[in-house]
Design a protein around this ligand. Structure first.
Ligand code: SF4
Length: 378
């Protein structure tokens, strides 16, 4: 396979970048504190072919569970940190890689400059031989970066954020890092990664389409972005993010391996993905999901909205408050799950919170109204 000459990054027993094979990775959707279920899912993903398995850690109790998980699997583990970046001291001794999100470094300790927070993370990662991922998500961009660009330009703030974090890590002498630039629109994923690779051809890229949704649409969206990029030599590790029940979570890995095999064999013609019809964006869920009914709710949203398949409308369904409020802003209608209620939004405006029983009829009402408003019968 043609590959960009990025630097090599080692994550436990695998190395990506530097001409090494593409590493397929995945993430657990189990509660991290449910050690038995998480170990089982780590193994499910590893045995399917995941070279790296990510686990969310948001609290000292999660970090404690990670110690027990580490003892029970040989998988290369990555940890996903969000606001609570100081947890890195508790997780780094037990994992091979840490992902931080530049857009989530602003919530805690607002008086501490983000540069000091990144230095803190990098120092701990270096001490324990962990790689880092600068994981930029379109829905959780540093507000200062977003304000610098017109609101319709979603890509430049992501790139600025990634570049300045790369420069800081470079200045700190930390080279074992990669970058991801995730969006739910495949075309934007292509553009963001192409622009990044042109400016920083040395930095390995983790490719993915965030909130790609349920299979088969989620696989189709991901292939539409990842295959052209990999065929151009861009991308060193990939994740296919799919909304799936836990027992089928390994299908993410199988879809990723198929992408890599297709590109290696020169099968690089992809079905174009367009926003011509109804687009359901949904997160892959993770330990942070606030109600286990989320996956089922997403499936029901798909069934309920099938009648609107020909309308170019985006409906986002998200599993929690970490990314839910931000990632639903750009959708025409958005649902994000709380423990007992589902929050319903129309664009950035919150319409209210509804129980899991009430939400579907209410969604249909809003969808009917939106269709009548945007596509009046003349
Ligand atoms: S929205 Fe929440 S539950 Fe869904 S993947 Fe993101 S962090 Fe996990």
């Amino acid at each position: 396979m043609r590959k960009n000459s990025t630097r090599a990054v080692r994550v436990g027993s695998v190395t990506f970048g530097g001409g090494n094979p593409i590493v397929v990775q995945s993430m657990c959707a189990t509660k991290t504190q449910d050690v038995a279920a998480t170990v089982a899912q780590v193994e499910q993903l590893r045995q399917a072919g995941a070279g790296i398995v990510r686990i969310a850690v948001d609290s000292p109790a999660d970090a404690q569970a990670l110690v027990a998980i580490r003892e029970q699997t040989s998988a290369n583990l990555s940890v996903d940190l969000q606001e609570n970046y100081r947890l890195v001291t508790q997780v780094a001794p037990y994992v091979n890689k840490v992902r931080y999100n530049p857009g989530h470094l602003y919530h805690h300790q607002t008086n501490v400059p983000w540069q000091d927070k990144v230095k803190f993370i990098a120092d701990v990662a270096a001490q324990y031989g962990c790689a880092l991922r600068i994981g930029v998500n379109c829905g959780s961009i540093d507000p200062a970066k977003r304000e610098k660009f017109p609101s319709e330009d979603k890509i430049s703030p992501m790139l600025e954020s990634a570049w300045e974090h790369c420069e800081l890590l470079d200045r700190l002498g930390f080279s074992q890092y990669c970058v991801s630039l995730k969006e739910s629109d495949p075309q934007m994923v292509i553009e963001a990664n192409r622009r990044f690779a042109a400016a920083r051809p040395d930095v390995p890229l983790h490719l993915g389409v965030t909130e790609a949704g349920m299979p088969p649409e989620g696989i189709r969206k991901t292939r539409a972005a990842l295959i052209p990029l990999l065929a151009e030599g861009i991308g060193d590790t990939i994740r296919v993010s799919l909304t799936l029940p836990n027992e089928r979570k390994h299908e993410e890995v199988l879809a990723g391996l198929e992408i890599v095999a297709d590109v290696a064999a020169g099968r690089v013609t992809v079905e174009l993905w367009t926003r011509d019809g109804l687009n359901i964006v949904s997160c892959p869920s993770c330990s942070r999901v606030e109600n286990a009914a989320f996956v089922q709710l997403t499936e029901k949203v798909r069934e309920l909205t099938a009648y609107a398949a020909s309308y170019p409308i985006t409906i986002a369904v998200m599993g929690c408050r970490v990314n839910g409020p931000g990632e639903t802003d750009d959708a025409d209608l958005g649902l994000w799950c709380g423990p007992k209620y589902v929050n319903l939004k129309k664009g950035p405006v919150t319409l209210g919170s509804f129980t899991y029983d009430e939400i579907l009829p209410r969604l249909k009402q809003e969808l009917d109204a939106l269709i009548a408003e945007r596509f009046p019968v003349t």
